[in-house]
Design a binder for this molecule. Structure first.
Ligand code: ZN
Length: 387
């Protein structure tokens, strides 16, 4: 475990923090752009950059495609080797951990099965073992490890506690961050899985350069992550984004939450596969979504219609500029996405519907662990500079 003394600045630490934040959110800014974003003078930015460069936090370079400009601008990046963090995703079936450098590049990933999701204590033992395996692998390769960011499919409050679940589990009231931190001797932060994935897509993926973003995670569970004004929006108690339990069909199937016809009951891949098995009277292979026969097309069109209807409600309420689709259904293809667009045009306010673009996520299955690792990095950088 590494302890770093806080950067003791000749420069105001809040300026250093603003510079770090700006570089984490917008890699490749010029000094002039940094001064604007950090709301300070260019000499002050230069002093902050010198200090960070002395500590190995920065890389400055001219971009290849700008070399033929008369005086190409020097662009500033966080140095990938300066520090790293671990992202850990806990689902009902699997633990997935990845080591990331401070620039957001994955160094390696490991997975392990979950034997009993409801036994929080032994699951956290397994999680700690998996993270240790990853840390051992990179003992020499990374400068130091800032900590572990966890993504879990449960609402998380402002203090990082699991607040409650739509289906009862023993995770409620578990202080996940503290329990894992004690097992590992490292700082741990906790984030809802959809929020974590939203953060990753916003910073590195299909939601880049978007101020207001709705991220939808469509897997066995359905959740949304909201980025409003470049920040995660949690709501008063951490429940914001439980779009999976929006009622779409009041006469639909009963849901685990006690409602009927929730979005989740209409889009869960498990439900869709069950319907396909029934009509085909045969087992359904992985990858059935790309089969393209009439049954699959109908299932995906109907699921897209339900998703589009839910998105239309969110558009009318929040007016996000972009909607990013992640999870298993992100791979569903053009039939699914066309049905989403058609439902939005039908159900949303025309001007907002015209502006909002719905796109598949570009980071795939590692969006949640990247987002969780990134959230941890942001938090620990603040600790490091005493912000
Ligand atoms: Zn429900």
């Amino acid at each position: 475990m590494h302890h770093t003394t806080a950067i003791s600045p000749s420069v105001d630490s809040t300026i250093v923090l603003r510079v770090l934040r700006a570089l984490a959110q917008h890699p490749g800014l010029t000094r002039a752009e940094l001064a604007t974003r950090a709301d300070t003078s260019r000499p002050t930015v230069s002093a902050a950059l010198r200090m960070l460069e002395d500590r190995g936090f920065l890389e400055q370079r001219v971009e290849a495609d700008e070399r033929n400009i008369g005086r190409p601008p020097m662009r500033v990046f966080l140095a990938g080797s300066a520090a790293s963090s671990v992202g850990l995703e806990i689902t009902r079936t699997e633990l997935h951990a990845g080591m990331f450098n401070i620039a957001g590049h994955v160094l390696s990933q490991v997975r392990a099965p979950v034997h009993d999701f409801d036994d929080a204590s032994s699951l956290l033992d397994d999680a700690a073992m998996l993270v240790r395996k990853l840390l051992d692998r990179h003992l020499r390769a990374t400068a130091y490890v800032l900590g572990v960011g966890v993504a879990i499919a449960a609402p998380i409050d402002h203090e990082g506690h699991v607040v409650q679940d739509v289906s009862p589990t023993r995770w409620t009231r578990v202080n996940l961050a503290q329990e894992l931190s004690e097992r590992l001797g490292l700082p741990v932060s906790v984030e809802n899985d959809a929020n974590a994935a939203a953060l990753a897509e916003h910073r590195f993926g299909a939601g880049r350069s978007c101020t207001d973003l709705l991220y939808l995670r469509l897997s066995a569970g359905v959740g949304a992550g909201l980025i409003l004004g470049n920040r995660i929006y949690r709501g008063a108690s951490g429940i914001a984004g439980e779009i999976g339990h929006l009622t779409i069909d009041p006469r639909g199937a009963l849901c685990g939450c006690g409602g009927r016809g929730c979005l989740e009951t209409l889009t869960s891949p498990l439900v869709l596969e069950q319907q396909l098995r029934t009509v085909r009277r045969a087992p359904v292979e992985d990858g059935w979504m790309s089969d393209g026969d009439r049954h699959v097309r109908r299932l995906l069109a109907d699921a897209g219609d339900a998703v589009g209807s839910a998105i239309a409600t969110a558009i009318n309420l929040l007016d996000p500029g972009r909607v990013v689709i992640g999870g298993h259904l992100a791979e569903a293809g053009v039939v699914f996405f066309d049905a989403i667009d058609a439902a939005i045009v039908r159900d949303a306010i025309p001007s907002a519907a015209a502006r909002a673009r719905v796109v598949p996520g570009s980071l795939g299955a590692h969006a949640p662990i990247l987002g969780a690792a990134t959230a941890l990095i942001s938090r620990e950088l603040e600790v490091l500079v005493g912000g």
